[in-house]
Write a protein that binds this ligand. Structure first.
Ligand code: ATP
Length: 475
């Protein structure tokens, strides 16, 4: 990997000039530290957040910087944390005083006391996150890298500055952060670290669900999410977060018949879909699309392994899972439920495409039909190249047919061509069951392709059906 080695350009944003000036006036040593430095060296694109550490008061430094900045921005002070934040142009700058931390058994929130830059670097989670660049006039732009963070960036390693066992036990959130960075950056977690995560996996229980999910979502948003989910599984973390997913692991064999390992299959589907969508919720749908397979798994001598109704059972599991994980219980969850419920529908079409099946699919999926197709294409993980090609080709035909059916029959957001009022008026009815029966009959006929989605054809059918139900049109 090509890394940048000249560190002064990291400070080209105009805000740094003012921080340097403020630090000089207050006579406090000041550094930019953490993710900003790491991402600058990795050239990960323009940063939005900067962390500045002052060997003194971070709050005083922030206030002084705000005073010097031309637009005199507002400073948000967080007294309890000893931090302050201001925005300047496109950057959010957070100021903190250098600190030394000590932890207790039952909390990830440490006791904090003032410390040196070295103390502050010691409390950082990873060597690549402990890199600091001086903002002091005496050595402006000098890199301070006490733990070999640059080497770790070069060799693409996630390593803790101090003993990993203590680092993860002190703040178990770091276990998830290690896996998250390894996934986002495609780095290797150093083996002692990985061992220490496994040893400390149980400590995850002291972390709030919300924080856990921030990291899980970041893993799921990475280019190849399986990197993270495999680490989560092997270290014993996933079992605590998503037992529904680890329940899919394993291949059972009865009378010489095996089923596939649905856990690894799921991860393949998630990686596949991640090449085609950035949508976090569609990625969630891919992650959960088979969770109903564990509770519905059966073996029968006649047909072998079955997972009857697993889509329905899986979609019912989504609510509880979202609730437990403090994920939003809004239309995002409903979308995931719908995707899980419909996840097998297009598969049938992969072997034989019929107009009426496509029409019904568009009717049921509505505006989410494209997402559903993206999910089902990702679900093709067969290693048989002939089948792989055939299924993908058929899905191309399905997509084409969806377009045609939509143009012709407008079933995506279906509006019945004959309203209840027309039916009531035609047969001189008050609201009653027959109206629904006639409307349903017309809808089914349209979905089957027996008639077009058209008023005149539907009107004739209404008269016929009314007659069958013993109704007489008014004269
Ligand atoms: P990203 O913006 O991608 O989340 P980041 O490294 O900037 O990456 P932040 O959460 O903003 O992540 O943290 C800023 C810095 O604070 C980190 O680079 C790291 O030095 C330190 N840090 C954050 N969380 C922890 C933690 N749990 N333990 C130790 N140090 C941490």
């Amino acid at each position: 990997m090509q890394l940048l080695e000249n560190y002064t350009p990291a400070l080209k944003h105009p805000v740094f000039k003012y921080i340097t000036q403020a630090a000089l006036q207050l006579n406090v040593d000041t550094y930019v530290i953490g993710g900003f430095v790491r991402d600058f060296i990795l050239q990960r694109g323009a940063a939005k957040d900067v962390d500045v550490v002052a060997v003194g008061s971070g709050i005083e430094l922030a206030l002084k910087v705000a005073e010097l900045l031309p637009n005199k921005p507002k400073v948000q002070v967080f007294k309890t944390y000893g931090t302050a934040m201001l925005r300047y142009q496109d950057l959010e700058v957070e100021f903190v005083g250098a600190r030394k931390e000590s932890y207790t058994e039952d909390s990830r929130n440490p006791q904090v006391e003032q410390g040196s830059l070295q103390d502050d670097q010691n409390r950082r989670d990873f060597t690549i996150n402990a890199l600091a660049i001086s903002l002091n006039t005496s050595n402006l732009g000098t890199l301070l890298d006490p733990f070999g963070g640059i080497d770790d960036l070069k060799t693409q390693i996630i390593r803790t500055p101090l003993d990993p066992d203590i680092t993860y036990s002190d703040d178990p959130l770091r276990m998830l952060r290690a896996i998250r960075f390894a996934t986002q950056l495609n780095f290797t977690i150093e083996s002692n670290s990985l061992k220490a995560i496994t040893t400390n996996a149980e400590r995850l229980k002291i972390i709030t669900r919300e924080r856990v999910m921030v990291e899980v979502n970041k893993i799921l948003e990475a280019p190849v999410p399986s990197i993270g989910f495999l680490h989560l599984e092997t270290t014993g973390l996933l079992q605590q977060i998503l037992p529904e997913l680890t329940a899919l692991k394993g291949v059972q064999e009865v009378e010489g018949q095996k089923h596939k390992d649905n856990f690894y299959h799921t991860l393949e589907v998630v990686d596949n879909i991640s090449k085609n969508t950035e949508d976090l919720w569609l990625r969630w749908a891919a992650l959960l699309h088979d969770i109903g397979k564990a509770p519905t798994k059966r073996f029968s001598k006649k047909v072998g392994w079955t997972f009857h109704n697993h889509e329905f059972v899986g979609s019912k599991m989504v609510f509880k899972l979202f609730k437990r994980l403090r994920l939003p219980l809004n239309n995002k969850m409903k979308f995931v439920q719908k995707m899980v419920l419909l996840s097998s529908r297009p598969i049938v079409l992969a072997s034989e495409v019929t107009d009426s099946a496509v029409r019904r699919l568009v009717f049921d999926a509505g505006d989410d039909i494209d997402s559903l197709m993206t999910l089902c294409e990702a679900d093709i993980t067969t290693k048989n190249p002939h089948k792989f090609k055939k299924y993908h080709n058929n899905f191309k035909i399905v997509r084409q047919k969806i377009k045609e059916v939509e143009e012709r029959d407008r079933v995506r957001n279906f509006e019945p061509p004959i309203s209840g009022e027309v039916i009531m008026d035609t047969f001189n009815l008050k609201p009653c069951r027959e109206i629904g029966q006639i409307k349903d009959y017309i809808k089914e006929a349209i979905l089957d392709g027996a008639i077009a989605n058209d008023y005149d054809q539907a009107y004739i059918l209404m008269l016929q059906r009314g007659k069958d139900l013993g109704l007489v049109p008014k004269t």
